[in-house]
Unconditional design. Structure first.
Ligand code: MN
Ligand code: ZN
Length: 340
């Protein structure tokens, strides 16, 4: 079978690989149908993802159809359409014992530490397979994964109706988060970005207020919009230099600040801003078994995952797809690789 492998930074090749066989833990064989391209895939391609190891078959937004199952499999059957959880955990470390496999001490993420889904077949455990709703096409279903990231972040924030929420960044991550934050019906949803077009989209998508942090004083505006108190939850979905300090300064007393960035570049913050308001600063990484939650939200009609895909490429043309990403074409939303 063929696969898209990143040999080393900036070296993408289509390679021939052995078709996986099922057995033991990997008791379900899935034939790939669609796979999304995520910012983290692009980071691994360019060598800027500190977690990744090479060579690597990338891809973690992976949708397919069950082709073969082992004798004891009960969760899925041949012909089922599924999305695959990218997190694999050891099950016995401290994090795993606290039901947080997404930060397992021996974490292996598909497409990052172990081979992912840009290939014709993948063998996985049945527990990592989630049945897709009939209403969602294979291609639209890749959006379930980015949505799990947003659900995870709201869960880490312990979001409640009485919160006022600040989302910094209105790109792909920020807009997924906005979609989920809305479901909590918080008092305010303030979205900040430096791009007016994205802020316009955020307003249409349900933000109550938007701030252009390039032309306006973000912290001051956030205080004005929340009767001087500040948002009680701030989510840093921009993850750029200075965005964390902005979030800390904007957030009101006893609030929560959620970080999502993966940069290892130093960024200055001070203790006073955290201690004086007794802020909870929490990381949100990947997702902790949130696939079923998102699938249920789709089934209940609470979220609509259609309409996010802007470009499609056959997986053998993956180079063209990554070149398009590099062009930073403003029409890019979600790019999907197909396998037919
Ligand atoms: Mn992703
Ligand atoms: Zn573990």
């Amino acid at each position: 079978m063929k696969a898209v492998r990143i040999i080393k930074a900036n070296d993408l090749q289509i390679v021939e690989m052995e078709k996986p066989v099922i057995g033991g833990e990997q008791n379900v064989l899935v034939k790939m149908k669609a796979a999304g391209i995520c910012g983290s895939d692009v980071g691994i391609y360019h060598g800027t993802n500190a977690a990744a190891t090479y060579p690597r078959v990338i891809g973690h937004e992976i949708v397919g159809v069950v082709e073969e199952v082992g004798p004891d499999v009960t969760k899925v059957k041949v012909g089922d359409r599924v999305i695959i959880d990218q997190v694999t955990a050891c099950g016995h470390c401290y994090a795993c014992s606290k039901n947080r496999p997404n930060v397992c001490g021996n974490l292996q993420v598909r497409g990052v530490h172990i081979d992912g889904g840009y290939r014709e077949y993948i063998a996985v455990n049945e527990t990592d397979c989630y049945l897709l709703p009939d209403t969602l096409s294979d291609e639209d279903a890749v959006m379930i994964e980015p949505t799990t990231i947003a659900v995870q972040c709201c869960s880490r924030a312990q979001l409640e109706k009485e919160d006022s929420v600040l989302i910094i960044g209105a790109g792909a991550l920020g807009s997924s988060i906005l979609r989920i934050v809305k479901l909590y019906q918080p008092r305010k949803i303030i979205v900040a970005d430096i791009d007016d077009a994205k802020l316009e989209e955020a307003l249409k998508a349900g933000a109550t207020d938007v701030v252009n942090s390039k032309t306006e004083d973000l912290v001051k505006r956030c205080h004005e919009l929340t009767d001087g108190y500040g948002p009680t939850v701030s989510i840093d979905a921009a993850c750029v230099k200075g965005s964390l300090l902005n979030a800390l300064e904007a957030t009101g007393n006893a609030g929560r600040v959620i970080t999502m960035g993966f940069s290892v570049a130093p960024d200055e913050v001070n203790q006073f801003v955290i201690t004086s308001k007794e802020l909870d600063v929490r990381g949100s990484r990947l997702q902790n078994r949130k696939f079923q939650t998102v699938i249920d939200l789709v089934k209940e009609g609470k979220i609509d995952l259609t309409g996010s895909i802007s470009h499609r490429f056959h997986f053998l043309d993956a180079q063209k797809a990554f070149d398009l990403v590099d062009s930073r074409d403003p029409s890019i939303r979600k790019i999907v690789l197909t396998f037919e």
